[in-house]
Structure formats: structure tokens, C-alpha cells
Design a binder for this molecule. Structure first.
Ligand SMILES: [Cu+2]
Length: 263
């Protein structure tokens, strides 16, 4: 979640924490659509980062992961990599990559459950259960069903084959129940060096309604992350002190650019 500043601390906080924007677990496949009729390998990466600003990256471990397809679960075999927290930094953090072979038609729901990360600036732990859906070989069944994560965004808009300008609609579930009136943070994975005209543009924000639904119209092409902010319902110790856990449901979708020649 974005840091909330207490009145009176604004100036010093701004001077000392330039990167106070939203944390996002990034789970990104090399494609959201696999076509054809033969087994195909895609690459998946998992990184804990600030997507619009391109960093810093933060360390994490994967506690659980998998690909759910047609109701059964396949393993993802991750390889850990060590990367700098920011470009050229000596501080190193973990990220993960995997090759995954799609062998049969279906919607593949990839998910990871990372460990909880302690964020000193917010005085809490943050744990982001993250999902992406990939269409395999033209079979579209299954994207609208929850896969049973503790924190989960279930799409109402089909989450692949999206154009820029499409409206993405989803429903947030925490512990299997629709999450009313929660904050959903949205960020663009900024691979193009896009500049925000003011800080408020970096993280877009919508809220769920009383039944847990939210929507957002994707303004331009690229990968877009949605993070519904929840409460982990428990507290954890760090250096002898007790802190709350923020438990978020994250989902990524890709929007494709308008075809050439259309307006
Ligand atoms: Cu961070």
C-alpha cells in the first residue's frame, strides 16, 4: 500500500523517502496467449517491485506456487536469481524465473504465495498473493472461476486478449468472501520510460463496491497490475515488536495496442 503521511511529517518524509509508491508482486509470462496445436514452453518471471517507477526491487521467497488448469494443478520449477535492488546498487535481492510447458488446452491460472515482507516505511508486513491467467490453445473455459487463493481477484472481464482502452472488471475475494469497499491499486509496468506528470498518476486507485466488484479502464498498452489491499488478520514479530500483516490480492493483465490504421 502507498505510504500514508501523518500531518506535520510531510516535508521530512518526502525528503527522506523518494520511493513511497505501491509495492507490487510482478508475475509475468512471456505471453498471455498460446496458440497452435503443439506443446509450447513459456517463460515466467516473479519480481517484487514498484512497477511504474521500475524499482527498487525487494527480496522475497516463494512459499507456494502452481498452475491450475482444468481443475488440476501443475508444478512450476523456479530458478532463483540475484539482482540489484536498483540499477548498479550493491544491495542484492531475489527474483525468480521459470520455464513452463503448456501441454494441453485450457486456461492456465499461475499463482504464487510469497512470504510476508517487512516494510519499515509503513511499519507492517506485506504479503501479496499473485495470479495471472494464460489462454492455452484456444480453450477459454475457467478464467471466471476462483482457484481458491486466500486473497484473489476473480476477473469478470476475460483476462487475456485485451485491447488498450478495454475496461477490466474484477471481484475481490478475501478468505473466499467478496471484499466490500477495499482499495485497489493499479500500476503500469513501465517498460517504456513513461513519465508521470505528478506523483498521483503513478498508482491509480479504485475501490470495490459493497459486493467486492471494481473496474478500471486500461488507458494504454502494456502489462497492468491490480492489487486489492487487505488485512492479513494477524500480527507478526520483527525484532521483538508486533506488526500487522497486509494481505493483498494481485493480478496482472496485458493490454495490446490498437491495430495500425484504426483511430
Ligand atoms: Cu518497496
Amino acid at each position: 500500500m502507498r505510504r500514508i503521511l501523518a500531518a506535520g511529517t510531510v516535508v521530512t518524509a518526502l525528503l527522506t523517502s523518494p520511493a513511497a509508491f505501491a509495492h507490487f508482486m510482478l508475475l509475468k509470462p512471456s505471453t498471455d496467449i498460446v496458440e497452435g496445436n503443439r506443446a509450447t514452453t513459456i517463460e515466467i518471471e516473479a519480481r517484487f517491485t514498484h512497477p511504474f517507477e521500475g524499482g527498487p526491487n525487494m527480496p522475497f521467497k516463494i512459499l507456494e506456487s502452481g498452475a491450475v488448469v482444468n481443475g488440476h494443478r501443475e508444478e512450476i520449477h523456479w530458478k532463483k536469481e540475484i539482482i540489484p535492488a536498483v540499477k548498479d546498487s550493491n544491495r542484492k535481492v531475489s527474483m525468480y524465473r521459470a520455464s513452463f510447458r503448456l501441454k494441453r488446452p485450457g486456461v492456465y491460472s499461475f499463482f504464487i504465495v510469497p512470504d510476508a515482507y517487512f516494510e519499515p516505511a509503513e511499519e507492517k508486513f506485506i504479503q501479496q498473493i499473485t495470479k495471472i491467467e494464460v489462454e492455452g490453445f484456444g480453450m477459454e473455459e475457467g478464467w471466471s472461476r476462483p482457484i481458491g487463493l486466500k486473497a484473489e481477484i476473480v476477473p469478470l472481464t476475460r483476462p487475456f486478449g485485451l485491447w488498450e482502452g478495454n475496461t477490466f472488471r474484477g471481484r475481490v475475494y478475501f478468505n473466499g468472501k467478496p471484499a466490500a469497499n477495499v482499495r485497489v491499486e493499479i500500476e503500469y509496468l513501465n517498460t517504456e520510460g513513461v513519465k508521470a506528470p505528478a506523483d498521483a498518476f503513478v498508482t491509480q486507485v479504485v475501490r470495490t463496491d459493497k459486493d467486492g466488484y471494481f473496474e478500471y479502464t486500461i488507458p494504454w498498452a502494456g502489462w497492468w497490475g491490480f492489487s486489492a489491499i487487505g488485512y492479513g488478520g494477524k500480527k507478526r514479530y520483527k525484532d521483538g515488536k508486533l506488526y500487522p500483516v497486509e494481505l493483498d490480492a494481485v493480478m496482472w493483465v496485458k493490454a495490446y495496442p490498437k491495430p495500425e490504421g484504426v483511430k
